[in-house]
Design a protein around this ligand. Structure first.
Ligand code: BT5
Length: 329
């Protein structure tokens, strides 16, 4: 109902719309309308009212609520079911709980703040409230095998980079799950899965994007290594439009995967990669080594030429070693 009221207020633009008109349009009482307006104001909507004229929407808050996000969506599946909480522990955990309760393919879980947002291997993901885009997409892919699941991380990175580049922002992908700008981390992606040997129940792609974070707002230990889209663009960005664009890109890419497999995603990933062609240090599960990153294979594994042969890296961390420099990132 709140969404419908906002739609009418937005339609009216600069004009006032009376409580009576809203009530009639939506088939509810004027008291109900008034209660919703009160709630919208509490959420941060600047709604002015004038006796005999009604209500006018002056300004909407910068929130990722379904009321704000849904009208911008151009997708058919991804984001059509939106779950929002102002604060939560982790959207990936919420998405898993929703999946267990039967939430549909394409469900998106959103929040303004995570108490225990996490990355791989229980590492933390930190983001000041209302300054990032923190979300998880639930997918229930058909005819995709569990061993293909890690490639959804690459797919998500491609989707985010497309949306950034459409805004003229120079960003690229570091294998396997980071989007970087100026050598600093802008986006982290965590893909999780529930599966049997031969069948995926669901995949959760969790994405954290630093959007409107000032340099000083990063935790001291991240200041050297993290950046935000606003720092890159030199101005704040509209989180809602950015999210809507990313979901649209994800839908295009996942539809392509269902129709033709991952080959096109992998090709685009190669073009957007910052890792390929670089000297890298690989922190694998059991070992550390250096070499030149030459390609990814059909599984999305990184191929590294060590000088003594080619090594295949399926999981781990990679730091890029700038030519001639000692520090790594
Ligand atoms: C990642 O892990 O980069 C995946 C992060 C995924 C976060 C999203 S947010 C929505 C969803 N819900 C969740 O609970 N998670 C997902 P990893 O590659 O392990 O990197 C984690 C490391 O990145 C940390 O150890 C920090 O060093 C660094 N880090 C933490 N917060 C950061 C930030 N805001 N910007 C840049 N780096 C950060």
């Amino acid at each position: 109902m709140r969404q419908e009221i906002l739609r009418l207020l937005r339609q009216a633009g600069d004009h006032y719309i009376s409580g009576e008109e809203i009530a009639e349009g939506l088939g509810v009482s004027r008291t109900a309308v008034w209660k919703h307006i009160k709630e919208l104001r509490r959420l941060g909507y600047d709604i002015v009212s004038q006796a005999h004229s009604g209500y006018r929407l002056e300004k909407a808050p910068d929130l990722l609520t379904p009321e704000e996000v849904a009208p911008l969506l151009k997708t058919e599946t991804i984001g059509r079911h939106l779950l929002y909480q102002e604060e939560t522990r982790s959207t990936n955990e919420d998405a898993k709980a929703a999946a267990a309760q039967g939430a549909p393919d394409g469900t998106v879980v959103l929040t303004e703040f995570q108490g225990t947002g996490h990355g791989r291997l229980s590492r933390g993901w930190f983001c000041p409230k209302g300054k990032g885009i923190l979300f998880s997409v639930l997918l229930r892919p058909q005819r995709i095998l569990p061993q293909d699941a890690p490639k959804y991380t690459l797919l998500a990175a491609v989707a985010v980079v497309r949306a950034c580049r459409a805004r003229g922002l120079e960003v690229g992908i570091k294998w396997p799950n980071d989007v970087l700008a100026d050598g600093k981390k802008l986006v982290g992606i965590l893909t999780e899965m529930s599966a049997e040997m031969e069948r995926i129940h669901y995949i959760i792609i969790g994405i954290g994007i630093n959007v409107n974070i000032e340099a000083a707002a990063f935790a001291p230990e991240l200041r050297e290594t993290a950046t935000s889209l606003a720092l890159l663009a030199g101005k704040p960005l509209d989180r809602r439009a950015m999210l809507a664009d990313i979901l649209c890109e994800m839908e295009r890419l996942t539809a392509g995967v269902q129709a033709q497999g991952f080959a096109l995603v992998l090709d685009e990933w190669r073009r957007l990669s910052l890792t390929l062609g670089q000297e890298v240090r690989v922190l694998g599960v059991n070992e550390t080594f250096t070499g030149r990153a030459v390609d990814i294979d059909a599984d999305g594994a990184l191929l590294v030429d060590t000088g003594e042969g080619r090594r295949r890296v399926l999981a781990g961390d990679v730091s890029i070693r700038p030519a001639g420099a000692r520090q790594e990132r």
